[in-house]
Design a protein around this ligand. Sequence first.
Ligand code: CTP
Ligand code: MG
Length: 257
Amino acid sequence: MVTAIFPAAGQGRRMKAGINKVFLELAGRPILVRTLLRFSSCTSVDRLVVVVADDETVPIERMLHNVSGLKPYVVVAGGSERQYSVFNGLNAMDFATDIVLVHDAARPMVRAEIIEDVIIEARRSGAAIAAVKEKNTVKVVNADGVVKKTPARAGLWEIQTPQGFRKDILIKAYQKAAQDAFLGTDDASLVERLGIPVKVVQSDYRNIKVTTPEDLLVAEAFLREEGLHKAEDSLKTAISSISANFRDGLYKMRKER
Ligand code: CTP
Ligand code: MG
């Protein structure tokens, strides 16, 4: 069984919207709902665990209640750091889970193919994370604003979610992090501390984390384009079926003559 955990208990401070950004609408649907629907469209995903701020449990449950097409889900309360939120999510998993995916609720653009690829690689190697090659030059800068190092770009990857793990590995990693009071910025970093290799799965640059206000514009543009492609595909299907009907009709008419 594959369970996907969605940390959604942040405050969205950098978005400056005055509310948790996962409530903000993108092309008419809340970000959180879009994210959950993307995972629900994946045949390999069985269960969803949505981790939300304590005081947002009721509004989020109400919001999700009206959404059709969601895989079975539970809503649980998160913590003050993303890592604590994911930990609470782990505790809410069904016992039958063998693969755990962790995905930022704020990444609504993820494609089903990437989710499937992460699941396959997590099954095969134990730990797999979606990522894209770094496009920019990245420098390490000290507190005085002075450049300390310029790592070679060739080996740099920008890490996204979903991140997928065999359940026993991720639980062990979270237990060890708690023991050592280690706070990481993603889930894989906790697994890396166990000395377990983490495989990178090639994702795409559209799988952005909606973080600052301009990300909303970018995400809307991507969605608009996806919508246009879908409309174009159905138009093509309609046209080809009309022309096939027309051809058949013509053929019949000629035969009857
Ligand atoms: N998150 C969480 N619990 C926290 C902090 C973050 O579940 N205590 C979730 C967020 O809701 C988000 C994801 O982790 O879906 C990635 O975090 P981030 O993009 O940093 O979101 P926020 O923490 O909400 O934003 P900000 O850091 O700007 O306040
Ligand atoms: Mg944050």
